[in-house]
Design a protein around this ligand. Sequence first.
Ligand SMILES: Nc1ncnc2c1ncn2[C@@H]1O[C@H](COP(=O)(O)OP(=O)(O)O)[C@@H](O)[C@H]1O
Ligand SMILES: [Mg+2]
Length: 345
Amino acid sequence: MTSTDQQPFLSIKDLKVHFSTEDGVVKAVDGLSFDLAKGQTLGIVGESGSGKSVTNLTILGLHDPARTSIEGEILLDGQELLTASERELERLRGNKMSMIFQDALASLSPYHTIGTQIAETYRKHTGCSKTEARKRAIEMLRRVGIPQPDMRVDDYPHQFSGGMRQRAMIAMALVCDPELLIADEPTTALDVTVQAQIMDLLKDLQQEFGTAIIFITHDLGVIADIADDVLVMYGGRCVERGTKEEVLRDPQHPYTLGLLNSMPSLYGPVDVPLTPIPGAPPSLLNPPTGCRFHPRCAFTEKVSGGKCSSESPLLEIVDGRGSACHLTAEQKQELFADFAATRHN
Ligand SMILES: Nc1ncnc2c1ncn2[C@@H]1O[C@H](COP(=O)(O)OP(=O)(O)O)[C@@H](O)[C@H]1O
Ligand SMILES: [Mg+2]
């Protein structure tokens, strides 16, 4: 029995990503751990600036080493990525792991046809002939729902609509059958109909290819649509983790509760009033002491001894479920009861 058989496909342990800047050290990710199994979708949700993109750029090895200090472990299929050479990372990127972003224009070159870009990615990793690579590019464009792919393969990115460019980027990301796809807000810039089509496409492709997906979004509605498991990030840390149903129906952290209360009900009546979370996300140059959410939390006075501002709550995950909060389970049941009553009936 090899040890990799026992390991999750992707395993991140106590990851810290700190940037040196003129103003000081930005603790963008500060002690993050999570696992992801093959073929599963993990949704990472949190407000802007919570460290979602930095986490995922670090997995892909796309950071500026000169100004970045990284600690922890990132194991992909048993291979440590943080100590891998740039050459090895380049081999893995686009092949074993791949990514799609919000802005397809930024990841597609304006000077080459869509088909050339997809074909070249394929050729780089497989070493196949140009003819074969072009055939593969057309096939991928067909798979992602581009009409007349054998004609559109010769178009330049500006000849595609926003939704079609997003599809082309997905085609490029999946051309080498990656086992891990990182999708960073890929539908945020699209209108609702196109967004729904892209989500359906990703779900179909995942079924077909068995890809593990990390789906980053600030939108819990998107999470409800696509994720198996959810990780809620706040101030560079995970504050809650569980299955989608657990986190969305039975939140165990005041921040998750706040996110849910600030959006239309996912499961219950549509006319529940929305309550935004007061205040703004913390600066990661000087994060709050103790629980990073405490300055915005409605429940700090329920915890004795000012613990919320002095002690960082531990995140204990049992069977994939946990939250980092000083409130007891009984307190949460009582204090969060209104949420369950108003939003699930
Ligand atoms: N290269 C960098 N240098 C300094 N600070 C950075 C850099 N990249 C990101 N940050 C900071 O790290 C924090 C987390 O950013 P990010 O991961 O992009 O947030 P999110 O994707 O959750 O919106 C932010 O405060 C951001 O300003
Ligand atoms: Mg981001």
